[in-house]
Design a protein around this ligand. Structure first.
Ligand code: KG4
Ligand code: ZN
Length: 338
């Protein structure tokens, strides 16, 4: 079988990314982050689309150059169809369509959430791939899902957030504490020096495997307001303990649901992805379950957990093998099912 070369493009939110894969191996993985949003405390859709327009050609050129691949060698172009911000998605899909048309090669549409999960199948030295069936926990600034994965194209969402994503819970809590956006990594850093049991926060009561994080944010806001009224320096004096307590509560919310998912499905293989899987507390807690409960956990390389195009490429490769191609009238979708 000849080698399959996929150029993959990801532009669903605020990162413009391109990757080149040879079969299931990554030859290059380039991301242009958009730092412009940080000053606004969140992603501004209009600015994101505009930055994608600026970045997409240089990012693709860089990915091809780094991979040492000529565009004429490409077998297909894969792009993120959704979910995401419509203006951002349109930049990637329009570019992918034009390039596939110009080169006369197939076009492959990829679901971003599917990609976060199949990222575990990128061939990396020393990385043990999960075997089917497994449970995928996708946690980022935009997503919080538990997915039962029975095969490459047989995925079922068994739990998801009913309001904020877990990354938003971190970022919004950080904002209440006066930490700059995105605050998730800073909460993690401070939490490592604090007492996770210092300030108990109530966990939300959500039925089944679904999540809710908006109540926690409100509870934190009221708690901080009350404490600051008593002592204006409360946050500064207790920042590590506050962060540790918030992180501890978020981890408990996640772990309660994963434990329930394991109980309901009997599946003990847990694969995590998304930017929040960088959290040291989550990583440690998950690792502990291997000896504590006999689970097997999978955490991919950091560059494959945050938004990237290599993960789009691995889905593209799998779809290429099954000739799952699109016609030129394929449209971007802000919301999309597996
Ligand atoms: O996957 P990602 O880069 O972008 C999307 O949202 O799709 O995830 C970014 C999110 C942000 O909310 C950020 O605060 C959070 O991941 N994050 C963390 C950590 N590193 C990134 N949250 C908690 N602890 C971390 N170490
Ligand atoms: Zn994502």
């Amino acid at each position: 079988i000849p080698n399959v070369y996929i150029l993959a493009i990801e532009s669903s939110c605020d990162d413009t990314a391109a990757a080149v894969l040879c079969n299931d191996k990554v030859l290059s993985n380039v991301v242009a982050n958009q730092l412009i949003h940080n000053q606004y405390g969140g992603v501004v859709p209009e600015l994101a689309s505009r930055a994608h327009q600026q970045n997409i050609v240089p990012v693709i050129e860089a990915a091809l150059k780094k991979a040492n691949i000529q565009k004429e060698q490409l077998s297909a172009i894969a792009f993120t169809q959704g979910p995401g911000l419509m203006g951002s998605l349109l930049v990637g899909s329009s570019f992918a369509k034009s390039m596939a048309l110009a080169l006369g090669i197939p076009l492959i549409a990829v679901n971003h959430m599917h990609a976060h999960i199949l990222a575990h199948f990128i061939d990396e030295e020393g990385y043990d791939k999960p075997t089917f069936p497994f449970l995928a926990l996708t946690i980022s600034g935009g997503h919080t899902q538990i997915v039962r994965v029975d095969d490459f194209f047989d995925l079922t969402i068994i739990g998801e957030t009913t309001d904020d994503a877990v990354g938003e819970a971190f970022d919004k809590s950080a904002k209440i504490l006066g930490l700059p956006y995105p605050g998730g990594p800073l909460v993690d850093k401070n939490a490592q020096l604090g007492n996770p049991k210092a300030f108990p926060f109530t966990k939300p009561k959500v039925p089944g495997l679904d999540f809710s994080f908006s109540g926690l944010k409100t509870a934190i806001l009221y708690f901080i307001q009350k404490k600051k009224a008593e002592n204006p320096a409360f946050v500064e004096e207790n920042i590590n303990d506050i962060c540790a307590s918030i992180q501890h509560t978020i981890i408990e919310i996640l772990m309660d649901k994963i434990k329930l998912a394991v109980k309901e499905t009997g599946i003990k293989q847990i694969a995590i992805g998304g930017g929040v899987s960088a959290n040291s507390g989550i990583r440690n807690t998950l690792k502990e379950t291997e000896t504590k409960y006999g689970w097997k956990t999978y955490i991919p390389k950091f560059e494959y957990t945050t938004d990237n195009a290599a993960m789009i490429g691995i889905v593209g490769y799998q779809k290429f093998l099954f000739q799952k191609f699109e016609t030129a009238d394929v449209v971007s979708k802000a919301r999309i099912a597996f």
